[in-house]
Design a protein around this ligand. Structure first.
Ligand code: MIC
Ligand code: SF4
Length: 639
């Protein structure tokens, strides 16, 4: 029997366990990446492991999120990351070099290898046939130290792309279509493997747009074959030697098949406040737009930017629109500057921002109250842009650029001929913002600014756990709700005591105070609790506030792993209806926690209502140990 691509790469990297659907496996990790907003914590944890030099083939630290330097905190953290990486054998991509996923694709990704990154969009690397997985900082730290990375053996879904996209219809529309059909919870414990004749028609950056936003399906990752197109891309990046062909066997099998007919697709848009709230652009015709941002790790490649420049060339943006453009990397920005495309953007009235995450994570460019913001990014969760009352719509760069000219959401097919941009035969290669690690790390002094505070540590599990239901939230709560990030909070990512005062604040600003006054307690969640970002802070802040367990209908993959790594029990309602029976401030108690963890079943007693709720806690042996001992660090220390 033949194998699909996912099976081939995972089998090649299998270290622990057996590849049986749903059972836990440990895989060897070839590469890691971190970015700055999760990186400080990841490197503090790496230091706690006491490993001298990373054991991976390549590890890279990017500075791309915390680029607004409104105070010294971000620059202090950059200095910490630059020195800690120099000491321990990690490459350092300086601020200005670009967004981690874009730069990693251009300069470091290798088909057939595995990559773990402390950012949920690490699957972008699937665009060149790599298994890229987003994880919490602690898991990345362990991978840097040579430890394996654990996932549930995924379900593999083949996404068969038929036909060819029509003019003005893009890779973004393909992934939006998948989100429309499968929703933000449709990909949990799944890898999407792309196949079919349509694959050949998509460039590497197109493929990367699709694998990037596979994260919004909640998928473990997404992957394309590594083929002639991949080879041409790597050649143009001067990295031909990194190429290997990777394809599924003719008789490969899949758990499910989804077919998308590219000819039938139209330009699409994800409406506020969820990436799966997708409709056709033509259905929103005439909606007035206030702000447009083009960029982010989803859509900021050279070709994306060139198309935008062509659309804007010689024209002027609508008087009521603010257009902001952030090219994804120094390579892209430099090429646009050299060939005059930047001048076309500026000439039309665009505001050019540096190559980084910027508006995508609310680091500046918060729209006006009630504004409509059209963005080429991947997430439009409520409030993420920095303005709770604004509505963010997710679109392709083409829809964004055309709408910038008209001032309302516009189907670009009304605009005329679509720009045709060739992939460059040679990219401009200049890695002078990538700093190599020291030959001899022992001489490097690590700089630690006053913003860096120790991270909270969990304690071994107790037999009896008591507390109040401190907060009850609904379905699809994101990590942007649990640990919000914006220009005011992102600088404090290495300061959990400070951050914890904002934990779950978008749901209820009283929560941190309640948790402190009651000496901790429980969080009650709906389904897909913790979707979105990989930020471990969404587990560390609750840990700091004394949260013992989260009771939910279901959990998103990365957040669940982060809770377990930090010794917090993710309990799943056996009867989903029990969720309705709990009210905030109910007194809850778990009496036989230790035995319950071993059995995978825990009974939560509601003392206020005199009821009992059976909960599931399905854990691997490795995860049980973490819950019992109080997290991953304690487990490793014991060994
Ligand atoms: C995001 O897009 O939400 C982020 C900001 O890149 C996060 C990482 C973080 O919270 O620092 C992610 O996607 O993991
Ligand atoms: Fe940065 Fe946005 Fe991509 Fe996250 S999704 S890595 S914030 S550009």
């Amino acid at each position: 029997m033949g194998y699909n691509i996912v099976e081939k790469i995972l089998m090649n990297h299998l270290v622990v366990g057996e590849m049986k659907k749903g059972s836990e496996i440990g895989i060897r990790i070839d590469q890691t990446l971190t970015q700055d907003s999760t990186g400080t914590m990841a490197y503090l944890q790496f230091e706690a492991l006491g490993v001298d030099k990373v054991k991976t083939k390549r590890s890279v630290a990017y500075i791309d999120h915390n680029m607004l330097q409104t105070g010294p905190e971000n620059a202090d953290d950059h200095a910490y990351i630059q020195t800690v990486t120099k000491k321990h054998g990690i490459y350092f991509s300086k601020p200005g070099n670009g967004i981690c996923h874009q730069v990693h694709l251009e300069r470091f990704g290798v088909p057939g290898q595995t990559l773990v990154g402390s950012d949920s969009h690490t699957p972008t690397a699937g665009g060149i046939g790599m298994i890229g997985i987003g994880a919490g900082g602690l898991d990345v730290a362990v991978a840097m130290g040579g430890g394996e990375y654990y996932i549930k053996t995924p379900k593999v879904v083949k996404v068969e792309l038929k036909g060819v996209l029509n003019p003005w219809v893009t890779a973004k529309d393909i992934i939006l279509e998948l989100l429309r059909r499968l929703t933000v919870k449709g990909g949990v414990d799944t890898v999407f493997e792309y196949a079919g004749e349509g694959v050949k028609t998509l460039s590497v950056p197109d493929r990367a747009t699709i694998t990037n936003m596979g994260a919004e399906l909640g998928a473990t990752t997404s992957i394309f074959p590594s083929d002639e197109t991949t080879l041409q891309f790597l050649k143009a990046q001067g990295r031909e030697q990194d190429y290997t062909e990777i394809k599924a066997d003719e008789d490969a099998t899949y758990d499910e098949v989804v077919v998308i007919d590219l000819n039938q697709l139209e330009p699409q848009v994800a409406c506020p406040h969820s990436p799966d709230n997708v409709v056709k652009v033509s259905e929103l015709k005439g909606v007035k737009v206030n702000q447009i941002t083009i960029g982010s790790c989803t859509n900021s490649s050279y070709v994306d930017m060139m198309k935008v420049a062509e659309i804007l060339d010689g024209k002027t943006i609508h008087e009521d629109v603010s257009l902001v453009i952030g090219p994804g990397s120094k390579q892209v920005l430099n090429m646009l500057a050299a060939n005059g495309a930047l001048a076309k953007m500026i000439g039309a009235g665009a505001r050019i921002i540096e190559s980084g995450c910027g508006p995508c994570i609310g680091m500046g460019q918060a729209p006006a109250n009630g504004a409509v913001s059209l963005r080429t990014i991947n997430r439009n969760f409520e409030g993420r842009c920095g303005t709770a009352t604004a509505g963010v719509y997710l679109v392709s760069p083409e829809v964004a650029a055309v709408s910038a000219l008209t001032g309302y959401i516009t189907d670009p097919r009304e605009f005329g001929k679509a720009p045709e941009i060739e992939m460059p035969k040679e990219f401009l290669i200049n890695d002078n913002l990538i700093v190599s690690p020291a030959e001899d790390g022992s001489k490097v002094e690590i700089v630690r600014g006053p913003n860096i505070k120790p991270f909270p540590k969990a304690e071994a599990l107790k037999e009896k756990i008591e507390g109040k239901a401190l907060i009850k939230v609904g379905d699809n709560i994101t990590t942007d709700h649990i640990m919000p990030s914006n220009a005011k909070l992102l600088p404090f990512r290495s300061n959990i005591p400070y951050l914890s005062d904002y934990c779950l604040a978008p749901c209820n600003p009283e929560f941190p105070k309640r948790a402190k006054e009651n000496g901790g307690g429980f969080i009650i969640g709906g389904s897909n609790y913790g979707q979105g970002s990989s930020r471990e802070h969404a587990a560390l802040a609750p840990l700091y506030l004394g949260i013992k367990a989260v009771l939910a209908k279901s959990f998103a993959r990365i957040h669940m792993a982060n809770l377990i790594n930090n010794g917090i029990m993710p309990l799943v309602f056996n009867n989903a209806g029990d969720y309705d029976k709990i009210d905030e401030f109910d007194e809850l108690v778990i009496e036989n926690a230790l035995a319950g963890v071993e059995e995978g079943k825990i009974t939560v007693k509601n003392k206020t209502k005199n009821e009992e709720y059976p909960m599931n806690l399905v854990l691997s042996e490795r995860q049980k140990e973490m819950i019992l001992k109080g997290g991953l660090i304690n487990t490793i220390k014991d060994k």
